[in-house]
Ligand binder design. Structure first.
Ligand SMILES: NC(=O)c1ccc[n+]([C@@H]2O[C@H](COP(=O)([O-])OP(=O)(O)OC[C@H]3O[C@@H](n4cnc5c(N)ncnc54)[C@H](O)[C@@H]3O)[C@@H](O)[C@H]2O)c1
Length: 267
């Protein structure tokens, strides 16, 4: 129950890792706010979640006896993010934890990345994360009670993964963003860390990536290899790590890049 009397805000929580994180915070006593665009993207090879999926996350949180505010909104829309943040503070009485989790991913060779794909990936993953922090960090500073922010990056935010150049650029961008913000807000006891998952079985399936990797297996395959004989990390294990790093048990840790990667970065 590390989150009793706390309010946690998770973006991209209609399903996947965001849902697991929202649920974990609720299981540990938090009231939770969740936000998701609940829409398909023309540049991704997988469908987005629906409003029913978002409602299912609300139901799961409420089943834990906690309050859950939900928003259908686009993290790229700064005014919508400001409005959501204002509502969270007014309705739930403040804000303690922010997880900037919303993101999209498309696999393609660099030469095939269209301007539309570049724009979508950068705007959702980088600008959406900027907007999330831009609207919530001032609240954490103003409250004067510290706080924790997690920016969900990727192994691709530390390594130049092939066939993911736009995604990798966006995830490097938010890794840098988090490190700079961490320096500025540490004086307020606000911690900002990034997590770097490898492969998590969620709706983000990127089927177009597999033939590209298979076609270059003899040269580029090893970059995707894990040290552990495990191929995926359950979303619940990512959520457990997020719940730890946002808790008082991690009070001394800020500006770190936490790999949750089955040892792939060891290679
Ligand atoms: N699945 C993986 O293997 C993996 C690996 C490393 C990092 N990640 C990152 O983890 C995070 C969570 O992804 P996931 O695996 O749960 O995938 P997911 O597709 O299941 O969840 C991502 C959620 O973000 C939402 N979203 C996307 N764009 C949005 C926007 N503009 N505004 C609001 N919501 C938006 C989607 O609707 C979706 O519900 C992402 O940032 C992703 O890049 C995923």
């Amino acid at each position: 129950m590390r989150y009793e009397n706390k309010v946690c805000f998770v973006t991209g929580a209609a399903r996947g890792q965001g849902r697991a994180e929202a649920l974990r915070f609720a299981q540990e006593g938090a009231d939770v706010a969740i936000l998701d665009i609940c829409a398909d993207f023309p540049t991704t090879g997988y469908p987005g979640p629906t409003e029913d999926d978002l409602a299912e996350t609300v139901a799961l949180v409420e089943k834990e006896g906690r309050r859950c505010l939900s928003f259908v909104a686009d993290t790229r829309d700064l005014a919508a993010m400001q409005s959501a943040t204002d509502t969270i503070v007014a309705e739930l009485g403040g804000l303690d934890v922010v997880v900037a989790n919303a993101g999209i991913c498309s696999g393609s060779s660099f030469v095939d990345i269209s301007p539309e794909q570049w724009e979508a990936t950068m705007s959702v993953n980088a600008t959406g994360t900027f907007n999330t922090l831009k609207t919530t960090v001032p609240v954490l500073i103003e409250q004067g009670r510290g706080g924790a922010v997690v920016v969900v990056s990727s192994v691709a935010g530390l390594r130049g993964l092939p066939f993911l150049a736009d995604y990798s650029a966006s995830k490097h961008a938010i890794t840098g963003l988090a490190k700079s913000v961490a320096n500025e807000v540490a004086q307020h006891r606000i911690r900002v860390n990034t997590i770097h998952p490898a492969s998590v079985p969620t709706g983000m399936t990127t089927p177009e990536l597999f033939p590209l990797v298979a076609g270059a297996a003899h040269t580029l395959g090893p970059i995707f290899m894990n040290a552990l004989p495990i191929t995926t990390t359950p979303a619940e294990h990512i959520a457990a790590a997020v719940a730890w790093i946002c808790s008082d048990e991690a009070a001394e840790f800020t500006g770190i890049q936490l790999p949750l990667d089955m040892g792939t970065l060891l290679r």
